[in-house]
Every structure is written in C-alpha cells, then in structure tokens.
Design a protein around this ligand. Structure first.
Ligand SMILES: Cc1cc2nc3c(=O)[nH]c(=O)nc-3n(C[C@H](O)[C@H](O)[C@H](O)COP(=O)(O)O)c2cc1C
Length: 357
C-alpha cells in the first residue's frame, strides 16, 4: 500500500497489477458531487489503447465507488476500486528470481526478499489508475470552486521536441483539443509517433517529457522552505512510476542564464500588479505569484524492453540474460499525461485546503 499524508488529504492506493483489484481510500476530501463524465474522460486518457505507444493489455479502468458516496456525493471519506480484467501472469513465467533491469524488482528483493516479479506488484504503472480517480476528483473540485484548470501535454518524445510553454504558454483550448485527438501533443505528433514506432519495432523503448500548466491558481498559496508548493507538487509528481526529473518554469535553463535575462519584472497593469514574464513558472519562494504555474516532467524510457538484457538469477546467484515478454508501453510518457495532471491536482488541492482552514 502507498500512502500520501497531506495536510488535509490522506490517500491510500492499494492492490497490485495482477491482483483481483486495485483501489484507493481517501479521507479529508471536501464535499463534491462527482461529475462521472469528466472523471471517466480523464481515466480514458490513461487507458491502454492497444496501439504502438501503449501496452496491448486491455483494461476498461472503470472506477466503482464502494464506500463514501451518497447520491453521487462524496463528503470526507470514499473508497473506489477497479477490477483487473486482463491479467496474463504466464507472460512473466521465466522471470522468477530474475530482476528486470531498471524495474523495482531488485529493490523489492532488498526490502522484502521478493522474487516473484509478475506484473511489478505495487510498483506497476497500473496503480496510476486509482491515482487518477482521486486526482480527477481533485481537478473537478479545483475547477468548480476556484476556476483552476490543470492541463498537461506531451512536450517531447526521444529527440523530437514539440511545442513547449517555454516558448509561449499554450491556450487551454489547444491542450483540450490535443487530448481529444488521441495523441496528446500540441505539435510534431507524427514525428513523435514515428519515434515510438521505431523503438517498438526495435523491441526497445523511448523516453519523453510531459509539461503541465496550472491556469488560475489562487495567488499566495504555498510557503517558505518545507511549505513550498514546488516541493509539494514535486513529491506528488515523483510518486508516478518512471518519473526521473521535474523542473518548474525554465528550470535547469535558469542555471545557465544571467539574472538580467531571466528575472521576471513587475509592472502596473491599470490598478493591478502584473509579473511580466514567467521564467520562474508562477512561483517565487514556493508561493504562487498569479502567473500560470508551469512544470516539465521527465519520463525515462519504459524499463521493459524485448531485447536481451543482463541480470542475475537470485536463486542460483549467477549472471543470466533475460528477454522480457508481456505487454508493455514503448513510451510511458504518453499515457502519463493525465497522471501528471492528477498528481498536480492532489498537491494543489491539499495546499489550498491547508490555507483556507
Ligand atoms: C502510466 C504508466 C504506465 C507504465 N507502464 C509500464 C509498462 O508497461 N512496462 C514497464 O516496464 N514500465 C511501465 N511503467 C514504468 C514502471 O512502472 C517504472 O519505471 C518502474 O516501476 C520503476 O520505477 P522508476 O522508473 O520510477 O524507478 C509505467 C509507468 C506509467 C506512469
């Protein structure tokens, strides 16, 4: 079980990829009438399509609320489950005691002595489905109560760069359109798909980046040091399997710049103050400054690849080669787009609830 202990929200995600079901228990959630359509739309964007860029595993990902919902309304606590329908453990048969490189297999062995790696247990990307249930509800609450929209898109795959907020912050409508198109990039979709097809043909995988924008975040949310909103968002985003980097605003590019080139100046706009540029990504000192919050998330290439790889046999304590069968995404970043939105929504709602006591 994985637990998020927020200031107000407590989230427990449980189950494993090859168990009968996976699910989520949440306490401290504010009163909300569930908008089923918007939740299912988000869940659908995470679901495998069976195409080249996602696993062939077919999972309907239908959340079933088993506790805490009355007439469609949540108030405080709820639990939702998803039944696993398309489990094929035999695909993993010859992997017993042979940790798959760059998976959590070997560290599971170090922690618990685990040698059965079918499906990746609780480290599987499948657990991002219950993550999206709670994240989707947080997104809905933030929109209905604060007018906040959290939208993410694929900004690169392998060496192919698409449009980025670092050039111009995208229009919300453009991001929503790309979600509907079935491939969530604002530009260069064909080239990105080619990159994924090529990796797939070579029995390989490829990494990618996802960018996320918070439109309309209330100002003055967050705090100094450990209270910083950047840290809270980063914690939630790093909870997503395969995330290996997070940057806010211009992020690591700022480390190469001069202050004179990247400081965000202030100016009067009528009787209001505005911050003219947004190199800092909407946050100063860990506190929202009124500009859109922007972040970029780096996803590693999918660890499971069909090529022979070096590992060890933990029973015989000898070197072996393995070839991973099973059904895997060639680029996990594609399906991770709604998961990033969910992580950001969880962190932001928790931070807002902490402030608005
Ligand atoms: C939506 C999603 C789907 C994933 N699907 C797969 C997959 O099909 N095969 C795989 O090897 N890894 C997949 N992963 C990534 C692994 O779960 C992850 O890389 C692994 O548990 C090791 O964790 P780490 O990369 O954070 O160190 C997926 C991740 C996400 C977010």
């Amino acid at each position: 079980m994985a637990i998020f202990k927020g200031e107000k929200l407590n989230i427990e995600i449980y189950g494993t990829s090859h168990a009968e079901k996976i699910g989520v228990r949440v306490s401290g959630f504010p009163r909300l009438k569930i908008d089923e359509k918007s939740l299912l739309d988000l869940m659908k964007r995470r679901m495998p399509t069976g195409g080249v860029f996602s696993t062939k595993r077919k999972e309907p990902d239908l959340p079933i609320f088993v506790k805490g919902v009355n007439n469609g309304v949540i108030d405080g606590f709820f639990e939702a489950v998803i039944y696993n329908k398309d489990v094929k453990s035999q695909d993993y048969g010859d992997l017993y005691a042979k940790p798959r490189p760059s998976h959590a297999d070997y560290v599971r062995y170090l922690k618990d002595g685990e040698k059965d790696y079918r499906g990746g247990g609780e480290f599987s990307g499948r657990l991002t489905a219950p993550f999206c249930i709670v994240g989707g509800l947080c997104k809905q609450y933030l929109y209905e109560n604060y007018g906040v929209e959290i939208l993410a898109y694929l900004s690169s795959v392998g060496k192919v760069d698409g449009r980025s907020y670092k050039q111009v912050i995208p229009q919300k409508e453009d991001i929503k359109k790309c979600h509907e198109s079935g491939f969530p990039a604002l530009s260069s979709a064909d080239e990105m798909i080619e990159e994924i097809v090529l990796a797939n043909q070579n029995a390989d995988s490829v990494g990618g980046t996802v960018e996320c924008v918070i439109y309309g975040a209330p100002t003055a949310i967050g705090g100094s040091l450990f209270e910083g909103l950047e840290g809270k968002i980063a914690l939630a985003v790093y909870s997503i399997p395969a995330v290996k980097g997070v940057e806010f605003g211009d992020g690591f590019d700022l480390a190469r710049g001069l202050g004179s080139a990247v400081n965000d100046g202030l100016q009067m706009d009528g009787d209001k103050v505005k911050i003219v540029t947004n190199h800092a990504g909407g946050l100063n000192g860990g506190i929202t400054n009124g500009n859109p919050v922007t972040l970029r998330v780096g996803f590693r290439p999918t660890p499971s690849i069909g090529l022979p790889q070096d590992t060890v046999d933990l029973e015989k304590m000898e070197n072996v080669k393995i070839v991973i069968k099973g059904r895997h995404d060639a680029c996990v970043a594609v399906r991770a787009v709604p998961v990033v939105e969910s992580a950001v929504a969880i962190a932001l709602l928790d931070a807002i609830m902490q402030e608005k006591k």
